[in-house]
Every structure is written in structure tokens, then in C-alpha cells.
Write a protein that binds this ligand. Structure first.
Ligand SMILES: NC(=O)c1ccc[n+]([C@@H]2O[C@H](COP(=O)([O-])OP(=O)(O)OC[C@H]3O[C@@H](n4cnc5c(N)ncnc54)[C@H](O)[C@@H]3O)[C@@H](O)[C@H]2O)c1
Length: 248
């Protein structure tokens, strides 16, 4: 029960990795969860399923990249949450896009979904975490942000690289005041985005790992629980690579 008594906010909670992350946070003892995702993402239904009659779970449908909306949602749930001990920024969006053929709307979407969500959510929770003098933030990077995207998605890679730089810089600013900021960097994970790829692309992604398989949402969620909990209390500004050794 590594997270017993903790209040946790999760973005992108209706997605494949977000749902499994929420499940593992509960399993690790998290006492209160606020799950957020875009309108029409179905996050309310996800919360209902996970709640199963006994867990303290609230949900909100908002665009997390809009800081005013996120601050409002936190204010609405302040009594429910009490403290904010952990923020997990799972929200993101990926698509294969030929860069030369791409346009400004597509770059905007990638930066907004992958980088602005993390910046906006961190900015919204930090006043309370700093007042508490404690907190743990887990941002979502990607191997694309560390090494460049293998399949065409340069704006996505730029946004995820931005998440890494943001995480390290923010750790420098706030960790001396008690708030740890880390990132998890998934490799190829068997989620709907990858399920839609061709058999050849999936086999290629699995073959690039040293363990010979695609990752599972549970592989990522357990890394998140570790970064969220006190077990990682000597880690901040770190990027936890969970990629099966795919880019060694
Ligand atoms: N699946 C992979 O192989 C893989 C690999 C590397 C990194 N990642 C990262 O892991 C995270 C989760 O990936 P996933 O496969 O579960 O994706 P997913 O698409 O299933 O889930 C992402 C969720 O984020 C939400 N979201 C997007 N923009 C948002 C916004 N502005 N406000 C609120 N919610 C927003 C989406 O609605 C969606 O439910 C993402 O950040 C992704 O970039 C995934």
C-alpha cells in the first residue's frame, strides 16, 4: 500500500495507459483519485467502472491544456481531494504525419496535447504542492522524445522532447521546496494506436526491443506507481525509460 492516504490527479485517464495507471494507483492504496480527460472521452464511465462501489474516485471532462479550466476543476474538487500528493500527466496524442505535408493545425495539436497539457497541469497543481511542501509529479515522455521518432511524427517527438526538458527544468525549480518532478518514457506499448498498425510494423517494433515483445500498459503503470511513491524519494528530474531496451 505504497500510496495509502494519497490524493492523486491523473490526466489522460480514459486512454489505454491512463486507465491501467489509475487501476494500479488504486491497487497501491491511493485513497482519492481525480481522473480527467477530454470531453467525450468517456472518463466518467471509466471512473464508474473503477469505483466499483467502494473507491473514492471523481472525474472531470476537460481540455487539460486549458489552464483556467484545469484550475477550476481542481477548485471544484478541493474538498474531495484535500491535499494533492501526486499528479500523473498521461494525456497525449500520437499520429503518423509526414512532416513536409503537415500543416500548422497538426503541429499545434501535437504540441497542445503532448506538451501544453503537462505544462498546464503542473502549473495548476504546484501552488498547492508547494504550500504543502511535498508532492510527486510524473510526466509522460516517449522514446521519440529521447531519440527521435522512428515512424514519421517529428512534431510529436519535438513535444515529447519538450516534456523532458520541462521536467528537468521544473525539478530544478521546485524540488528544493519538496516537490519531485520525473518523467516516464515508454517504448512501443500494445495500445489501440499500435494495434491499428500493420502486422509488419508491430513485429518490427517488438523485434527492436531486447526482450522481444511489445510493452503492456501495466509495464508503464507500475513505473508510474514507483515514481509517484516514496520508494523513488531520491529521484527527481529523471527520465525512467520503460522500453524493453529497444533503443540501446
Ligand atoms: N502507446 C504507446 O506506445 C506510447 C509510447 C510512448 C509514449 N506514449 C505516451 O503515453 C501516453 C498514453 O498513451 P496511450 O497509448 O494510452 O494513448 P491514448 O490515446 O489511449 O490516451 C491518451 C489520452 O489523452 C487524452 N488527451 C489528449 N489530449 C488531451 C487534452 N488536451 N486534455 C485532456 N486529455 C487529453 C486523450 O483523450 C486520451 O484519452 C501518451 O502521453 C503517449 O504519448 C505512448
Amino acid at each position: 500500500m505504497r500510496l495509502q492516504g494519497r490524493s492523486v490527479v491523473v490526466t489522460g485517464a480514459a486512454g489505454a495507459i491512463g486507465q491501467e495507471t489509475a487501476r494500479q494507483l488504486l491497487k497501491a492504496g491511493a485513497s482519492r483519485l481525480l481522473l480527467t480527460d477530454l470531453p467525450r472521452s468517456g472518463v466518467d464511465a471509466v471512473a464508474e467502472t473503477l469505483r466499483d462501489g467502494h473507491f473514492e474516485i471523481a472525474s472531470a471532462e476537460i481540455d487539460v491544456a486549458d489552464p483556467a479550466a484545469f484550475v477550476d476543476v481542481l477548485a471544484e474538487h478541493q474538498a474531495f481531494l484535500g491535499s494533492i500528493d501526486v499528479l500523473v500527466n498521461v494525456a497525449g496524442y500520437w499520429q503518423i504525419i509526414d512532416f513536409v505535408a503537415s500543416d500548422a493545425d497538426q503541429w499545434d495539436l501535437m504540441i497542445r496535447a503532448n506538451l501544453l497539457t503537462a505544462i498546464s497541469a503542473c502549473h495548476s497543481v504546484l501552488p498547492q504542492m508547494l504550500t504543502q511542501g511535498r508532492g510527486s509529479i510524473v510526466n509522460f515522455a516517449s522514446t521519440a522524445g529521447e531519440y527521435g521518432s522512428i515512424r514519421p511524427s517529428a512534431a510529436y517527438a519535438a513535444a515529447k522532447g519538450g516534456v523532458i526538458a520541462f521536467t528537468k527544468s521544473l525539478a530544478r525549480e521546485v524540488s528544493p521546496r519538496g516537490v519531485r518532478v520525473n518523467a516516464i518514457s515508454p517504448g512501443p506499448i500494445d495500445t489501440p494506436a499500435l494495434k491499428a498498425a500493420s502486422d509488419e510494423a508491430r513485429a518490427g517494433a517488438a523485434a527492436r526491443t531486447l526482450v522481444g515483445r511489445l510493452g503492456l500498459p501495466a509495464d508503464i503503470a507500475s513505473g508510474v506507481v514507483y515514481l509517484a511513491s516514496d520508494e523513488s524519494s531520491f529521484m527527481t528530474g529523471a527520465v525512467l525509460a520503460v522500453n524493453g531496451g529497444s533503443l540501446l
